[in-house]
Design a binder for this molecule. Structure first.
Ligand code: CFM
Length: 529
């Protein structure tokens, strides 16, 4: 029996029937492999997923530094999404940076019973008085949806009163099956009210960076390289981002997409509204960074840009070559398992390859089928009740700002050479025999680690310590623990150093998990005694 069979065999028939569709062993063949994804978790199973509010507020909106984002809900929701993601930001032009704050209405039982609208009005008032932000956003949590506070009406009223945009997002935690629904809601809101609403005109070699959240400073490192190549970065969505910069998003000639899962909606809507093409990039790993830079230069087809890109790649590669080689000698032949949200389990495989580390298992918490199978798999994704619950907005070409850079012939010709308006997905880049798991749960994590014995398990805070107590090194790929940046050429060296330090720490060999010598369950007979 293969590892998939051995792990799933322990389930009841009903659970087995469901989970077998979410686990794959990679096999190259003529028929593309299909995986079940973006469906509800089976009640009772310990999932590592987050909620819709986390995806909307925590992931997409919170990194925008010049917007004050208010959580309308109990304080735990605001606290949970405060700072732990390590999406760094520096004060913008106006000297403001709200990323470090946690603004919340702190709903109590009485507000749930009698309504929380009064508290929200007060929170907006205080936010204006204390911080005077250029824009305010309000995000709902579960109880707000349940009791029916009308956050949209309050936002409209506050917008009038305080003469500045106040946007409301109905991203109650229970909406959708994971944080993925929240990404979509946030994307829709930004599209309706922010993106491309400015008055600028097209700028040569200007780009928007989509799906880069500046975790541990990744976005700053990517920005440094792009500027060196000669690009003008109009806006970053949304790491260290600014709503004022996003308003000028239509002035870019190309959108580059780092995290496809969280922002593919915006990439596609910007294409429809302004005609801006997007390409999929990956700045994790030295070879993939170089490839992404080459793809971008090829899109523009400008010889000067192509030459400058090659010069930057050569210079940056040269600078990291000795370190990369050193860490490669330390890491070659090791194996890894990765379990992250919806894009990193793919991106980091490219970086691991730079050090000769093989990926034996990769999983996503909340990716959709196209993130696994590629954009082509998207065609036969069926809508279900949960996905219909998230609004899909209709966008039309802007009569003044719509502009196509390429003729249809140029588009087709380039599409054959670079990932233009398309994503090939994670499965494509994996080796035969590797395990791919959607919504890897707690039980499966432990079982697969026991069977596959990777040298390192990359995951998050919820599963890190369980792995380590079992003697497997684990590093967080969400927050990078306290390290980073890991993007680009220099980030790759930081990563190599951290992984080498971890793997060569002798502590893991000394760990004897308690269940090896003590029974974890102690029972006694009940009844009279
Ligand atoms: Fe995109 Fe992200 Fe990710 Fe994501 Fe996330 Fe994240 Fe992630 Mo944690 S936006 S899908 S919702 S790359 S917070 S910066 S690390 S799960 S793999």
């Amino acid at each position: 029996m293969d590892s998939k069979g051995r792990v799933l065999d322990k389930y009841s028939a009903r659970v087995f029937k469901n989970r077998k569709e979410h686990v794959l062993i990679k096999e190259s063949g003529d028929v593309p492999q299909v995986i079940a994804a973006n469906t509800r978790v089976i009640p009772g199973i310990m999932t590592h997923r987050g909620c819709c509010y986390a995806g909307c507020k925590g992931v997409v909106l919170a990194p925008i530094k010049d917007v004050a984002v208010i959580t309308h809900g109990p304080i735990g929701c605001g606290f949970y999404s405060w700072g732990t993601r390590r999406n760094k930001a520096r004060p913008g032009e106006d000297g403001k940076n709200f990323v470090e704050y946690c603004l919340s209405t702190d709903m109590q039982e009485a507000d749930i019973v009698f309504g929380g609208e009064k508290k929200l009005r007060q929170a907006i008032k205080e936010t204006v008085e204390i911080f005077d932000p250029g824009m305010i956003m309000v995000c709902s949590t579960c109880p707000v949806g349940l009791i029916g506070d009308d956050i949209h009406a309050i936002a409209a009223e506050a917008e009038e009163l305080y003469k500045r945009p106040v946007m409301a997002f109905s991203c109650e935690g229970y909406k959708g099956v994971s944080q993925s629904g929240g990404h979509h809601i946030a994307n829709n809101g930004l599209m309706k009210r922010v993106l491309g609403t400015g008055s600028g005109t097209r700028i040569k070699h200007a780009i928007n960076i989509l799906g880069e959240y500046n975790i541990g400073g990744d976005g700053w490192e990517i920005g440094r390289i792009l500027k060196k190549c000669g690009y003008h970065v109009v806006s970053v969505m949304t790491g260290d981002g600014s709503f004022k910069e996003m308003q000028e998003a239509h002035t870019a000639e190309l959108n580059i997409v780092q995290c496809h899962r969280s922002i593919n909606y915006i990439a596609e809507m910007l294409k429809t509204k302004f005609g801006t093409d997007w390409i999929k990039v990956n700045f994790i790993g030295v070879d993939s960074t170089a490839q992404s830079l080459r793809d971008m230069a090829l899109y523009f087809g400008d010889q000067e840009l192509i030459d400058q890109t090659e010069a930057v790649i050569a210079e940056e590669m040269e600078e990291v070559a000795a370190d990369m080689e050193y860490y490669r000698t330390r890491l070659k032949g090791k194996t890894a398992a990765l379990y992250v949200g919806g894009s990193r389990a793919h991106h980091y495989q490219m970086l691991l390859q730079n050090f000769g580390i093989e990926t034996v298992l990769a999983g996503y918490e909340f990716a959709h089928r196209d993130d696994y199978e590629g954009s082509e798999g998207k065609a036969d994704i069926k809508e279900d009740a949960d996905s219909k619950n998230i609004e899909t907005i209709i966008v039309n070409p802007d009569p003044e700002k719509y502009h196509l850079r390429l003729t249809p012939e140029q588009f087709e010709e380039l599409k054959a050479r670079i990932p233009l308006d398309t994503y090939t997905g994670m499965i494509h880049d994996m080796k035969d025999g590797a395990v791919i798991v959607d919504d890897l749960n707690h039980f499966e994590t432990e079982e697969f680690l026991k069977l596959l014995k990777p040298d390192i398990f990359f995951s998050g805070i919820k599963d890190k310590y369980v792995a380590q107590k079992g003697g497997t090194l684990s590093r967080q790929l969400h927050s990078y623990d306290y390290s980073g940046p890991y993007a680009g050429f220099k980030g790759a060296v930081n990563f190599g150093k951290d992984v080498t330090m971890g793997i060569y720490t002798p502590a893991w060999g000394f760990v004897t998990p308690p269940w090896k010598h003590t029974p974890t369950l102690v029972g006694t007979y009940g009844g009279d005694n």
